[in-house]
Design a protein around this ligand. Structure first.
Ligand SMILES: Nc1ncnc2c1ncn2[C@@H]1O[C@H](COP(=O)(O)OP(=O)(O)O)[C@@H](O)[C@H]1O
Ligand SMILES: O=C(O)C1=C[C@@H](OP(=O)(O)O)[C@@H](O)[C@H](O)C1
Length: 249
């Protein structure tokens, strides 16, 4: 099963079986073809389920608008032109649900790749609950924000809490989990995420920078708030993180 949605501003992104690469038993990522690199503004979501594998790949590809669509609009599904994407994602998720056997979906990807936005739409389509791993960590820390946790306790405390949260989530069912952008770094986190199906939202750097610059860096403490053009600042910082994390995906 393959679904493609291409807005006029985008080239078709055909994800074929040979573009899919297996990271581990339950994890998938795909490689963008070079020619599409510039206009391919993702997210593109591919699911290969156990059942689908015996019948050939099950691919769900949803391309979203090249504009920075506010989360509220994507979630509401009320954008008439560009985002019928959320409706298509919703509808296609319904088709995939029977193949999942209740397994959780862990969305991984860089900050700003759309894990939260896409996760909410996907969970509705699947009839799953949605869980934001960062929110779970904040609750465990008594309501402090991610930024406050970094400031008060440091990054390694945050990473330990993230691992604990993923451990808890790994024993659950029928959840779409939006992980933090750094969750892919620790191998132990992959062990937990392998209890479900992990899906990488692979979004080009310039789109990440554009999205993050548009919403600001308040909730992303790893990005230093420097003065100057927000897009360029975010772009250079996110590029460094992407290099560090690339092997994680
Ligand atoms: N597919 C998309 N197309 C355009 N903008 C998007 C898309 N997905 C998310 N966004 C926007 O990008 C920003 C970051 O999205 P978010 O879901 O918070 O990412 P993450 O959870 O991966 O950090 C939000 O402002 C959101 O509205
Ligand atoms: O990339 C990272 O290391 C992080 C990404 C953030 O999540 P998002 O990916 O939801 O922004 C959050 O977990 C924390 O600031 C660390």
């Amino acid at each position: 099963m393959e679904a493609k949605v291409c807005q006029s501003a985008q080239l078709p992104a055909r994800i074929s079986w040979k573009n899919l690469a297996r990271k581990s038993s339950n994890s998938l990522h795909f490689c963008r073809r070079n020619g599409e690199r510039k206009s391919y503004l993702a997210p593109s979501l591919n699911l290969l389920t156990g059942k689908g594998r015996t019948q050939g790949p099950m691919v769900l590809t949803v391309l979203c608008s090249s504009k920075n669509v506010p989360a509220s609009v994507l979630e509401s599904g009320s954008l008439p032109s560009s985002s019928d994407e959320s409706m298509i994602l919703h509808n296609k998720s319904e088709g995939i649900e029977p193949y999942l056997n209740g397994r959780c979906i862990f969305l991984v990807g860089m900050m700003g790749s759309g894990k939260t936005t896409v996760g909410k739409v996907l969970s509705e389509g699947l009839g799953y609950s949605f869980c934001d791993c960062d929110t779970l960590i904040e609750q465990a820390a008594g309501g402090s924000t991610v930024a406050e946790i970094f400031k008060m306790y440091g990054e390694s405390f945050f990473r330990d809490s993230e691992t604990e949260a993923l451990e808890k989530l790994s024993s659950m069912h029928r959840l779409v989990v939006s992980t933090g952008g750094g969750a892919v770094i620790r191998p132990i986190n992959w062990r937990y995420m392998q209890q479900g199906i992990s899906v990488w939202l692979d979004v080009p750097l310039d789109a990440l920078a554009r999205r993050i610059a548009a919403v600001g860096t308040d909730s992303r403490p790893l990005l230093e708030q420097e003065s100057g053009d927000p897009y360029s600042k975010v772009l250079s910082q996110v590029e460094i993180f992407l290099k560090k994390k690339k092997n994680g995906f």
